[in-house]
Design a binder for this molecule. Structure first.
Ligand code: TEU
Length: 527
């Protein structure tokens, strides 16, 4: 059976503002990305996901779209985009775009019309409601960025809904014309040749028709725990959103095998429903954030891997991610030595991994001076330790001015150690994080067991996390030491490790032991 391309692929997320600037304005752009494609080829990834590149007032840095079928001038234009897409395809890579269907910018012409008057034809493209008799918002829903999810519009005397910033009004997917317009957007990009979409907060796009109050959540924090999400009972995860995602998939499939990645935050059982059924599939990859959201402890990870695998429908393909433009840097969170183990985990688990730009250099936590904070979520809640800017700092390419990112002052500061922690410095350095990523990606490409093989978790204890991956006659053992002491290698039934293919320390030389913070991949043979 020929597997679809995205099952054996590794996706690399680019945050376009921060990858490579080509015109000296301190903000990355499409021509800059094109210039760096060979770096990505050498790294060994298969597909690129670009965070939003569409015209935007940038209140939420592109997640507030003012024109779904254009390119933000700061990033380039449609001609630059077509060139980039051709250059990506010429290298055998794929390109997926970020589709933001839940909300537009308040500057989108649709919203400008919608708010113009109550009888405007586009009024119903957004979610407008009267105030309660006492003047308060229509229900108790809260915005992900804090406060009520309703904004009063004095001119027309109604509230509109916004799950995120007030400059990101929620679109009304129950309106057939809006829905048609959004499907036209998907067609526009599919016709141009993109290989798929990452769909922003897909689970949000339809709300309960009667806008019922959510269960009260007085302890809500922007940390967004699983509990917070479950309490968004009526504002998310509606059956109609599943139906729409099945229609999106049918459209994507009509173009050949194009990939849909859905940003979904839900407990396993409800999360798994976003795969849909064999007859009526939804997204191929409902994004799985569990490695980001859980403690970095061997027993915790073992349980979550087992539970997640067990929750997948038979046709459901897993996926994993350890970093994004919204999450703290993995190396900041678990430390640099463990970040190497995390890289090995991400690239040896069963399923499609997504890498986040800069994690392959081991960039840690970057502290942003108060006067340079740009993240709207952080600016609204400065007292909370949630700054997303820390993961959005410019990519350090080399030790020249501004780390080779731009000839001008970058829009966010660089990582403090950019003079030594940059791509050029790590390229020829066998022990570097970049070399480890390249080795892992090469190994994954060479061993089907690592990309598409089965997985069997071993019943280990303490700081050891271990599993086997197998395909055909090949059987590999991955043993990860999540702690600071040595651990014994696991006994694996009647198989024994015969050869170490890769260690996060460079060499594995300890017979039956893993050094502190060491992860290693072994070939197994029958006893
Ligand atoms: O994020 C969705 C989301 O749930 C975020 O609130 C995320 O949990 C938060 O940023 C973590 O602190 C998507 C995008 O990835 C994010 O950048 C956007 O701000 C958001 O949607 C609105 O479009």
């Amino acid at each position: 059976m020929k597997r679809p391309w995205w099952q054996s692929a590794v996706i690399y997320q680019i945050y376009p503002r921060s990858f490579q600037d080509s015109d000296g304005d301190g903000i990355g752009d499409l021509a800059g990305i094109e210039r760096r494609l060979d770096y990505l080829v050498a790294l060994g990834i298969d597909a690129i996901w670009l965070s939003p590149i569409f015209p935007s007032p940038m209140k939420d840095f592109g997640y507030d779209v003012a024109d779904y079928c254009g390119i933000e001038p700061m990033f380039g234009d449609l001609a630059t985009f077509d060139r980039l897409l051709a250059a990506v395809h010429a290298r055998g890579l794929r390109l997926i775009l970020d589709f933001v269907p839940n909300h537009s910018s308040d500057q989108h012409p649709w919203f400008v019309e919608s708010r113009a008057s109550r009888d405007n034809p586009k009024r119903d493209w957004y979610i407008w409601r009267d105030a309660k008799p006492d003047g308060s918002p229509p229900n108790n829903w809260i915005s992900d960025f804090g406060g009520s999810a309703w904004e009063w519009d004095a001119a027309t005397g109604q509230f509109y809904l916004h799950a995120f910033l007030k400059e990101q009004p929620d679109l009304n997917w129950r309106n057939p014309e809006l829905k048609r317009a959004m499907f036209d957007v998907l067609r526009f990009w599919l016709d141009r040749g993109v290989d798929g979409f990452r769909i922003d907060v897909l689970w949000h796009i339809v709300k309960a028709a009667d806008l019922t109050d959510n269960p009260p959540n007085p302890d809500w924090t922007p940390a967004r725990t699983e509990r917070d999400r479950v309490l968004q009972l009526h504002s998310t995860d509606q059956p109609e959103a599943h139906a729409i995602s099945a229609e999106m998939r049918a459209l994507a499939n009509s173009y050949g095998e194009r990939l849909l990645v859905g940003e979904i935050f839900l407990p396993n059982e409800r999360h798994a429903r976003w795969y849909g059924s064999v007859e009526r599939p939804q997204v191929q990859l409902p994004f799985n954030f569990q490695l980001i959201e859980n403690d970095w402890k061997a027993d915790r990870l073992r349980t979550l891997i087992a539970d997640y695998e067990a929750s997948l429908p038979a046709h459901g393909w897993p996926n994993w991610v350890i970093g994004s433009h919204d999450a703290p840097r993995i190396a900041g969170r678990v430390g640099e030595a463990q970040a190497r183990v995390a890289a090995m985990l991400l690239l040896t688990l069963r399923g499609t991994p997504t890498l986040y730009q800069g994690d392959e250099l081991g960039i840690g936590r970057v502290d942003i001076p108060a006067d340079r904070i740009r993240d709207p979520q952080h600016l609204r809640q400065p007292q909370l330790d949630i700054g997303r800017d820390r993961s959005r700092t410019p990519f350090p390419w080399d030790d020249s001015a501004h780390a080779g990112f731009s000839t001008g002052e970058p829009w966010l500061p660089l990582n403090a150690d950019w003079r030594t922690r940059n791509a050029a410095a790590q390229l020829g350095e066998p022990g570097s994080m970049l070399s480890l990523y390249r080795d892992l990606l090469a190994l994954r490409r060479a061993h089907a067991a690592l990309s598409v093989g089965d997985i069997a978790l071993l019943d280990t204890t303490g700081d050891l996390l271990a599993y086997e991956r197998m395909s055909g006659n090949e059987r590999l053992l991955i043993a990860l030491n999540l702690g600071g002491g040595s651990v014994m290698l696991p006994r694996s039934g009647d198989h024994r490790p015969v050869r170490c293919l890769l260690s996060t320390r460079g060499v594995w030389d300890l017979s039956d032991t893993l050094a502190p913070n060491e992860g290693a991949i072994f070939e197994l043979e029958d006893d």
